[in-house]
Unconditional design. Structure first.
Length: 407
């Protein structure tokens, strides 16, 4: 299977991921400039998830700008609009977009309830949604570009087992995705004969929970929770005196692979105690292209992992629209999704597998944080500790080969 190199001369240019299943990219038809091509994004850009939403929106927009540059001769443009889903509610926002004859919705975000409401409204309106959370994905309308909870949970357990641990502790959140991922990790560890204990990430106040974890002294700690729930616990674990960490370190779910968490996470982050699962690689050519586009078009905006995910979703959306040909009706877009994305590669690391009415990211790897600036003071304020491409004074470093996961 041929892979796309965004920097290569013998492959499509940056941001032109290959669509497999035998279709020759040179024979793709450009969309009619008069057709309904705008990609719309419902989002709440305030509150705890606001930064991730903003980064995802801008990543999506960067992909659209790049696509439009490549379509400058004889093509049409991809328009992206970030819509306020708070004023009037998510359903009203989706209805306004439908009145504008949008083609599809992309990567809705916000708190759990808001995101679910946007996805439900889009499904009722008969609009395809690309890049929804995995637990909200439901054919034929809603599709995820992220990792499946079960596959990721199994991968976390396998990574832990590769370190020959004697026991594991899972700190789990309460969201449906987190619960399913923690269930899968615990079941896999049990099947491997590794004793596992599970605690809610908010079972005790963070400092007390950190002391409790240290007293249990597991071989590894798995953290499967949202950033808001996990961050205080990660900070408390790093603040233990005397310092402590599991013999095999900690593992974290992909939702915790985040610049904002890395900036605020404390000692365990600074010392690389946590291995993060991720379906996107910040050192991949496509991620570097995204970062350079961000610097070029959005001066002062820092690249982020959430931005890379938005950028990937933007190129998935662009390919969906192009593959639909002149007919961008919802039914035609759904048909393109269901038949053209069983084997979709972006850059050298991201794999998307949509088959049989479901799917998502098809592989992951594990990363840690390494701080390389000798002037960086451990525990210094985040504003003085971080920038590089993705982290100021450090970098994400891949620790494992990419492994396939169940979608």
């Amino acid at each position: 299977m041929r892979r796309r190199d965004p920097a290569g001369d013998d492959e499509p240019g940056p941001g032109q991921p290959l669509v497999r299943r035998g279709r020759d990219p040179r024979r793709r038809r450009r969309l009619d400039a008069d057709g309904p091509r705008p990609g719309r994004r419902g989002a709440d850009l305030s509150g705890p998830a606001g930064q991730a939403c903003q980064d995802g929106v801008i990543g999506l927009q960067a992909a659209a700008v790049e696509a439009n540059q490549q379509a400058a001769v004889g093509g049409d443009t991809l328009r992206v609009l970030a819509v306020d889903s708070v004023a009037g509610g998510p359903a009203a926002a989706v209805e306004r977009l439908r009145g504008l004859h949008v083609a599809a919705l992309a990567v809705p975000c916000g708190d759990t309830a808001t995101t679910a409401a946007i996805v439900a409204a889009g499904q009722r309106a008969g609009l395809p949604l690309v890049g929804v959370p995995e637990e909200l994905a439901a054919a034929p309308w809603a599709w995820t570009t992220g990792l499946g909870a079960t596959g990721e949970g199994v991968a976390l357990a396998d990574q832990a087992a590769s370190h020959n641990i004697l026991s594991a502790l899972v700190l789990a959140g309460h969201d449906r995705h987190d619960t399913r991922e923690a269930d899968a990790a615990a079941a896999r560890l049990d099947a491997l004969g590794i004793p596992v204990r599970r605690l809610a990430v908010d079972a005790d106040p963070p400092a007390a929970l950190a002391e409790r974890v240290r007293a249990l002294n597991p071989g590894t700690v798995m953290i499967v929770a949202s950033q808001g729930a996990a961050l205080p616990v990660i900070q408390a674990l790093g603040a233990l005196q005397p310092s402590w960490s599991p013999i095999a370190g900690a593992l974290a779910a992909s939702e915790l692979m985040s610049n904002s968490l890395a900036s605020a996470g404390g000692e365990w982050i600074y010392k690389g105690r946590i291995n993060f699962a991720s379906e996107v690689d910040p050192d991949d050519t496509a991620a570097i292209v995204y970062a350079s586009r961000l610097e070029q078009w959005y001066g002062g905006r820092r690249p982020s992992i959430d931005g890379v995910r938005g950028y990937v979703a933007g190129w998935v959306m662009n390919n969906v629209l192009r593959d639909a040909g002149d007919d961008r009706s919802p039914q035609r877009l759904v048909s393109a999704i269901e038949t053209r994305f069983g084997d979709f590669d972006f850059g050298s690391s991201y794999r998307l597998r949509w088959t049989g009415g479901h799917g998502g990211a098809g592989q992951l790897a594990f990363f840690t944080t390494v701080f390389i600036n000798p002037l960086t003071q451990l525990g210094a304020p985040a504003a003085t500790s971080h920038a590089g491409i993705f982290l100021k004074a450090g970098a994400y470093v891949r620790l494992s080969p990419y492994a396939q996961v169940t979608t």
